[in-house]
Structure formats: C-alpha cells, structure tokens
Design a protein around this ligand. Structure first.
Ligand code: C2O
Ligand code: CU
Length: 466
C-alpha cells in the first residue's frame, strides 16, 4: 500500500489544484493576494494573571514585535483571502490549526495528516478564504498539551461586512495555567486525572489576566466574543448586572437572539453575546463561572461615559453562514462510540505522545501523531449526507471537535434545546446524540476530544472525505 507520506503528497497537490480552481473562479480579475501576516510561535517571559513571578511561556507574535501578552486576535473577512507566513521559533516542531474554519485540507495544520511538521527555524505559508463569519480560534496541532498549555491559543474573528455594528466589542480568551507560585510550570498532566475529567490548571485567566475589568460605554450594546481555549476546563458562564442575548455559538448564528441564562462553554467552543451595559457611570457587570463548587469571577465590564440608552430588544439575529443542504433521505449512519480503554500505549511520536492510552473511538485508540497513523474511522463520499450516531459511554463529558466540516445536532437524550450548527459538541456523560453532516470538504479531517489529555491518550480519529 502507499505510504502515508506519498498519500500526503498526492492529496496535497490535489487540494492545491482544487484551491487554485476555486480561487480563479471566485476572484478572477479581483484584488491581488493579501500580504501575509508574519505569525511567529516563540518562547517568551511574562507574568500570567495573579502570578507574582514571570513564566517561560510560548506565544504567538506578529513580526519582530516582542509579544507582551496573549496571542493577537486575528481578524479576517468572510469570503476574502487570508494569508499568514508562519515561522516556528520554538525549540520543537509545530503547526497552526485554524479551529472551526472550513478551509482547504492542506491548510488545516495537522502534522503527517495534512502537512509536514514545521521544524524549529522553518516556516509554512497558510493561505485560505474563510467561508464563515464568527468567532474561531487558532492553536498548534503538535505536542499540544505542552504547547497549548504554555500559551499557544489565540482567537480569530471573521468579520462579515453585513455584521451589525454595536457600541463596543470585547474579545475574551478564557483559559487556565498550571503554574507554581514561583511562575514555573507544573507537569502538564497527572495520569490519574487524564483518565477522568482532565488535569486542571492552578491559575485562571481571561486574556492572560486575573479577572480583568474592561471599560465599556454606559447604556451601550456590547458584543462579547468568548472563546474557551483551556486544555481541560468546561465553563458554565452567566452574567450579573446586565441582560444579554446569545447571538451565535461556535461561529454559527442562533435563529434569533436568545435570552442568556447560563451557558456551557467547553474547550474549543465559542459564544457571541450581546449585553446591555448599565446606564450609571462606574456600574459593573460580571461574567461568572458557576461550574464547580464555588462560583468565581472570570471578567468584568465597567460602564464609562454618559448613557447611550440602547435597547437589547433592538438586537437582530445574525445572518446565518451558508451550509450545504443535508439530505435525510439518503443519509448514511455512522455509529461512533466514545469509551474508556486499557488497550495499549501509543507508539512514540515526534509530535509528543503523553505515553498513556485511556480512551478510544469505536474501540480504536489513536496511535499518536506517527508517520503512519491508523486508518480513517470512515471514508465519506464528497457531497453525501451522513448521520453520526455519537454515544458517550463514559461518566465524563467530552467536547468532541470535527475539523473542516460543520454538523448540526438533530437529536439528543440530554438536551431540550438543540444548538445551531457547530464544529464542537460537548457530549455529556451517557449522552446519545445524532449529528447531521454533509461531507462537502475533501480531505482527512480529525475528530477528537478537545480535552487535550483525552485527545492525546486515544480519543482521536479522522474521517477521509473523497
Ligand atoms: Cu481545536 Cu484538532 O483542534
Ligand atoms: Cu474527552
């Protein structure tokens, strides 16, 4: 049989042709290609949250500017080409994955599956056209527990010229850090916890700060873009001091603005809210996490200036992103069982294996990012409709993420209200859910738990769409 490497080359050049074809059709005679952004993964020293000492983090910076805080929020435009020249200044291989963006497979950033490793000192050109507007994010797909744990998680905003304009926009990148009081990093995980709900951080942050207080116009409407980029923590978030509506989840619009009560946000997930600031100067709104034994403040907003006197009732639904029509009549069913396993340890991997196997999808634990990954979980026909029958046969929640494709939850034994289309489903303990999917993007697409210890200890697989 063909080696993975040859397959990679073949599919890369095919994807290249497809991209070129699509590009010509869409942009014939249009603007010249964009100047690539210089995105640099690098080590840095900075003080995280309430820590009293600096930590040796990993971060993304733009060009030669020394990074001083969280990775930049990358802004793109729906339907317009984006380009980034990625440079790896870390001491280990890396890649960039654009979580939730339905782009060409060759740009998806999964080493061995969609592109070669980017070795220290090397680079890679990412070029794509985001088809959907919304809040997304980016992170490596290599030694992820370490690289993401140390800071390589950034937010992407894909703007739509048709987006409603609000009085302010606030982006919050939510995550934890496993730090000792002296600023040094603790071990990335504990095997005992990796076999359960994951190893939690010791320091909680929003935008790399401890419960930041952010100014926003009094009486104004604020679009709050939340991204949960932690490797482990599932949030249950609520707002005190303001009313709010949910505009979109995981980059896909709710059919109408839904009043916000509390919202679960698992690793990989995003939520766009619109809140109405209080009228009184200095009044505050707090974003609180209610999951776990004691609620705690994630971030706050403080009203500044004279009231803008806006009304939350005036907020309209966002225009939905276009998805291929799902055909229930012809859909093929694919059962997907998520289980614990004691099978065998994965083979050593260039891209970081955590050395344990605790989880499996359809009884097969992922072999690690080897040069010869396991066979695809299923081969899907381009353009055909599928129903993924997911069953969580574990007592733990798993945020299951699918690359490159968007699915819609059409049934579940654990929810009354079904969310908009998504790329990440928080599969509850013992949940059985049916996901409608159109295989409209060719290539090898990872499917994995976004609790990174689960991903790296077996709960990972991929679909091949041809
Ligand atoms: Cu957020 Cu495989 O990715
Ligand atoms: Cu999991």
């Amino acid at each position: 049989s063909l080696s993975r490497r040859n397959l990679l080359k073949a599919s890369a050049s095919l994807a290249g042709c497809a991209a070129l074809g699509a590009g010509l059709a869409r942009h014939a005679g249009a603007a010249p290609p964009p100047t690539p952004l210089a995105l640099v993964a690098q080590p840095a020293r900075m003080t995280i949250g309430s820590a009293t000492a600096q930590s040796e983090v990993m971060t993304y910076g733009l060009g030669e500017t020394a990074p001083s805080g969280m990775p930049p929020v990358l802004r793109m435009r729906k339907g317009e080409p984006f380009a980034a020249r990625f440079t790896n200044r870390l001491a280990e291989p890396s890649t960039v994955h654009w979580h939730g963006l339905r782009i060409d497979n060759a740009m998806d950033g999964v080493p061995e599956l969609t592109q070669p490793y980017v070795y220290p000192g090397d680079g890679f050109d990412y070029r794509f056209t985001p088809p959907d507007a919304g809040t997304f994010w980016y992170h490596p797909h290599c030694n992820t527990l370490e690289q993401m744990g140390r800071g390589l998680t950034g937010v992407i905003v894909v703007e739509d010229p048709a987006d409603p304009v609000f009085d302010a926009e606030v982006v919050l990148n939510l995550r934890d850090w496993r730090l000792r009081p002296d600023g040094s990093f603790l071990e990335a995980f504990k095997p005992r916890d990796a076999a359960r709900s994951g190893t939690f951080g010791t320091l909680r942050t929003a935008n790399w700060r401890d419960a930041p207080m952010i100014d926003a116009p009094a009486g104004g409407l604020v679009r709050l873009r939340l991204a949960a980029t932690d490797v482990t923590r599932i949030y249950t978030l609520g707002l005190a001091g303001a009313d709010a509506v949910v505009l979109s989840l995981d980059g896909h619009a709710t059919p109408r603005p839904l009043p916000l009560d509390q919202i679960d946000l698992a690793p990989g997930q995003r939520a766009d809210l619109v809140l109405r600031m209080p009228d009184g100067e200095g009044m505050t709104v707090t974003l609180t996490n209610f999951r776990g034994s004691t609620p705690w403040t994630v971030a706050g907003l403080r009203a500044v200036g004279a009231s803008a006197h806006r009304a939350l009732g005036d907020v309209k639904a966002l225009s939905p992103n276009a998805l291929s029509p799902f055909d229930a009549g012809s859909a093929t069913r694919i059962p997907l069982d998520f289980t614990a396993t004691a099978e065998h340890a994965p083979s050593p991997s260039l891209c970081g294996s955590i050395g344990y196997t605790f989880w499996a999808i359809n009884k097969v634990p992922w072999q690690g990012d080897t040069t010869d990954p396991t066979a695809p979980l299923a081969e899907l026909k381009l353009g055909r409709s599928y129903i993924l029958e997911m069953a969580n046969r574990t007592p733990h929640a798993h945020p299951i993420h699918l690359h490159g494709l968007t699915f819609t939850i059409i049934s579940s034994n654990k929810r009354d209200r079904l969310p908009p289309p998504t790329d990440t489903i928080l599969l509850q303990p013992d949940e059985k859910a049916e996901l409608a999917l159109v295989a409209d993007n060719p290539g090898d697409w990872m499917l994995h738990c976004h609790i990174i210890e689960h991903q790296k200890s077996g709960m990972s697989a991929y679909f091949r769409v041809t």
